[in-house]
Design a protein around this ligand. Structure first.
Ligand SMILES: [Zn+2]
Ligand SMILES: [Zn+2]
Length: 255
């Protein structure tokens, strides 16, 4: 029986690489990125389970916990200029949360997004179906296309996809476009600089407006700091006729 040279080499390479994989595994068993203990996954179950989920609605400006009436209105009374309410279930100050989001941003790892969402869903079992509701449309915060190509994915989209899929809401990725590259918000010191940096950076696409009008738009992002980016998104969604706008950020960097 003949085996082509190509098949032979592919087979040999596969055996070798599996062998190498096993050897690496034996010499360097995977450890949890947070606590350093041996683990099956990059973040161990114990660390994951230790993450606290905060299911409350907040004022997007001063982080005051909102009353039921404010949630119903979809706007805080303390800061009347705000046109949305904020859910931000995880605390970015918590090390596990920071590590997972950092890994997600700079080293890939879609599995992390799924596990974080599963955790949030478990902690917000009652709230999430109400937040998304019957009229909810899910809008991920857009990323400039050059950056998306470089990173391979937009992490806000990963969270948005999970949310939309699990609660049966349409995910509209095409409506918001990041029309210019902005300086990383982390490089900017104060709130004013951050707000200025984002002005006009996001624009709503005319042809998708019909999908937004009269709906509850849920804008999804990873970390909420000053809210400068999300605020630009809110403006565009309101212009498109969204009835209510809800900010849903996985984590917040202030408390
Ligand atoms: Zn751990
Ligand atoms: Zn407020």
């Amino acid at each position: 029986m003949f085996i082509s040279a190509e098949k032979f080499f592919t087979g040999a390479r596969r055996v070798l690489s599996t062998g190498r994989g096993l050897l690496t595994l034996m010499l360097f068993p995977p450890i949890c990125e947070v606590c350093g203990r041996e683990a099956k996954k990059t973040i161990c179950e114990e660390c994951l389970m230790g993450i606290e989920v905060f299911p409350f609605a907040y004022c997007p400006q001063c982080y005051k916990k909102l009353t039921e009436e404010e949630v119903f209105r979809g706007r805080p009374r303390c800061h009347k200029e705000e046109q949305a309410i904020l859910y931000s279930p995880l605390d970015f100050q918590e090390r596990t949360v920071r590590e997972i989001i950092h890994t997600l941003k700079y080293q890939g790892g879609r599995g992390h997004a799924e596990r974080l969402m599963a955790l949030i869903e478990a902690g917000m079992r009652e709230e999430l179906p109400q937040i998304v509701g019957k009229e909810g449309v899910i809008i991920p915060v857009p990323m400039h296309f050059v950056k998306k190509i470089r990173r391979g994915y937009n992490q806000a989209e990963l969270f948005a996809e999970k949310l939309g899929k699990n609660y049966g809401a349409p995910i509209i990725k095409q409506f918001l476009k990041k029309v210019r590259e902005t300086r990383p918000q982390a490089e900017l010191l104060n709130r004013e600089e951050r707000l200025m940096n984002m002005v006009g950076a996001i624009s709503g696409q005319e042809k998708y407006k019909g999908m937004i009008a009269g709906k509850t738009a849920i804008i999804v992002d990873d970390v909420y700091t000053t809210g400068a980016t999300m605020r630009e998104c809110v403006k565009e969604l309101k212009k498109a006729g969204a009835k209510k706008v809800i900010l849903f950020s996985i984590a917040r960097s202030r408390s």
